[in-house]
Structures are given as structure tokens and as C-alpha cells.
Design a protein around this ligand. Structure first.
Ligand SMILES: CC(C)(COP(=O)(O)OP(=O)(O)OC[C@H]1O[C@@H](n2cnc3c(N)ncnc32)[C@H](O)[C@@H]1OP(=O)(O)O)[C@@H](O)C(=O)NCCC(=O)NCCS
Length: 229
């Protein structure tokens, strides 16, 4: 019987997002994760999940790019730092893989760069274009004709309606909604739960209203609602 060999991949990152990347690639991709890598000063343990954690500046001498690919699913809040690692990894000769969850919905016309991820339950509708190094978490709606440019991060359950454009380095928080046809300028932070209905300007930060704390305990509130039924 012919042996099936999986392509090998190194994950950049040794904290929560790196471990999440390891889990997703291990359980839901044609890749075998063989190592973690980070800048030497950030190495805490020599091993994670039974795999070596190796210094990024020496990685090519241990796992050369001819034998391995790389994925950088980290630094959601630091897109320019992720971009730096993205270019450094490419300069070393690594191909940067995409992770598209088998539980995401995409169409065959999806245009997508490299080092992207699309989490479970996310939907990319027809005519979507995604640049390089774009991380899309779980349960997002990427509406038809939407364009997301390089080095953006889209947190879980964000809703981008149709024909949205997201310029580079932008962070879109969980449950944010971007209306049809809106352009989010580069380097914006769109806070969790905000509803953006008009174009934004470069480097703007939007935050949703803080929730109101009501002056009664929860059992009183629950009894009140229970009594109404
Ligand atoms: C938009 C968001 C980033 C704002 O963050 P925040 O911590 O709630 O913001 P704050 O109101 O505390 O303000 C942040 C800072 O800006 C400062 N700031 C606020 N308004 C300011 C103003 N008008 N002028 C100057 N500074 C101001 C605050 O003082 C604070 O600084 P400090 O911490 O030194 O006091 C946050 O609400 C959010 O949505 N985060 C994304 C969550 C998410 O989706 N995560 C997904 C992860 S996977």
C-alpha cells in the first residue's frame, strides 16, 4: 500500500493562538505540524505538544524551507509585527500556508492570498477577495463582493455585509457589523459590537456603548420576568 505523507508545517507562535493553530491544523488540514517557532527571547519551554519550540532566526537550518512550510496565525493586535514575520519567513524561503476550516463555507471563486485563515462557521459569499495574511476567526459573515486587504484581523461573528472594503492592518472586533458598501480605512480598530454605516478614516477607533449595569440582583430580575409569563 502506498504510504501517504503529509506536508510538514511549522507554526510561528507558542502561546494561545499558536496552540489553537496547532490544534486546527492537526485535526482539520492536510498538514502535519512538526515544530513551533518564535523569536529566541520568547522561548519559555523547549517543547509544546511534544514538538520542539525553535528560535525563528535559526529555523531554516533545522527545518529548511524545502522540507517544510510555515503558518503565522498570531499577533491579531499587532498586524505590522505579523507582517514583519510574514516577510521574514518568505525571505527565508518558506511558503506560507492558508488554513481554511472544513467547517467554513466558501465558493470556488474565492480569491485568497497566503498566510490566511478562515475559522469554523465563517461564510465567504460569492465574489469575495481576501489579500495576504488575513486572519478571520469563527462564525464571520464575509458578504458578497467584499474585499479584505492584507494583514487584517476579523474577530469571531463579525458581519461584513455586501461590497465592503477593508483596507490593510485593520482590526474588526467580535460581533461588529459593517454595512453594505462601506470602506473601512487602513489601520482602523472597529470595536466589538459596533455598527459601522459610513466610511471610516485612517487609524480611527470605534467602540460600542458600554452596557448598562442595572441596580437590581439577577434573581429579582428573573423572578420579575417569570411572574410575567
Ligand atoms: C474598541 C476597544 C478596543 C476599546 O478598548 P477599551 O479598552 O474598551 O477602551 P477604553 O475605553 O478603556 O480606552 C482605551 C484607552 O484609550 C483611552 N482613551 C479613551 N478615550 C480617549 C480620548 N478621548 N482621548 C485619549 N485617550 C482616550 C482610555 O483612557 C484608555 O487608556 P488607559 O487604559 O490608559 O486608561 C474595545 O472595546 C474592543 O472592542 N475590543 C475588541 C474586542 C474583541 O473583539 N476582541 C476579539 C479578540 S479575538
Amino acid at each position: 500500500m502506498k504510504e501517504v505523507t503529509m506536508e510538514k508545517v511549522i507554526i510561528f507562535g507558542n502561546a494561545t493562538q499558536g496552540l489553537l493553530g496547532h490544534f486546527l491544523l492537526t485535526h482539520d488540514s492536510p498538514y502535519q505540524v512538526v515544530a513551533f517557532t518564535v523569536d529566541g527571547k520568547y522561548i519559555k519551554e523547549k517543547e509544546l505538544q511534544g514538538l520542539p519550540v525553535l528560535p525563528f532566526d535559526e529555523i531554516e537550518s533545522i527545518y529548511p524551507p524545502e522540507s517544510c512550510k510555515m503558518h503565522i496565525p498570531v499577533l491579531g493586535w499587532a498586524p505590522k509585527l505579523r507582517e514583519e514575520k510574514y516577510h521574514q519567513a518568505k525571505a527565508k524561503g518558506y511558503e506560507l500556508i492558508n488554513y481554511i476550516s472544513s467547517k467554513a463555507v466558501t465558493w470556488p471563486d474565492l480569491v485568497i492570498g497566503d498566510n490566511c485563515s478562515i475559522g469554523e462557521g465563517s461564510i465567504c459569499r460569492p465574489f469575495v477577495q481576501i489579500g495576504n495574511d488575513v486572519l478571520i476567526q469563527a462564525g464571520c459573515n464575509i458578504g458578497h463582493n467584499t474585499v479584505i486587504k492584507d494583514h487584517c484581523f476579523i474577530a469571531s461573528h463579525a458581519v461584513l455585509l455586501g461590497m465592503v472594503t477593508v483596507e490593510p492592518y485593520t482590526f474588526i472586533g467580535a460581533n461588529a457589523t459593517i454595512d453594505n458598501g462601506v470602506t473601512i480605512a487602513r489601520e482602523c480598530v472597529i470595536g466589538a459590537g459596533t455598527v459601522i454605516r459610513t466610511n471610516t478614516k485612517e487609524k480611527e477607533v470605534y467602540r460600542a456603548n458600554p452596557p448598562a449595569l442595572l441596580p437590581l440582583p439577577s434573581d429579582k430580575m428573573m423572578n420579575m420576568y417569570f411572574a410575567r409569563q
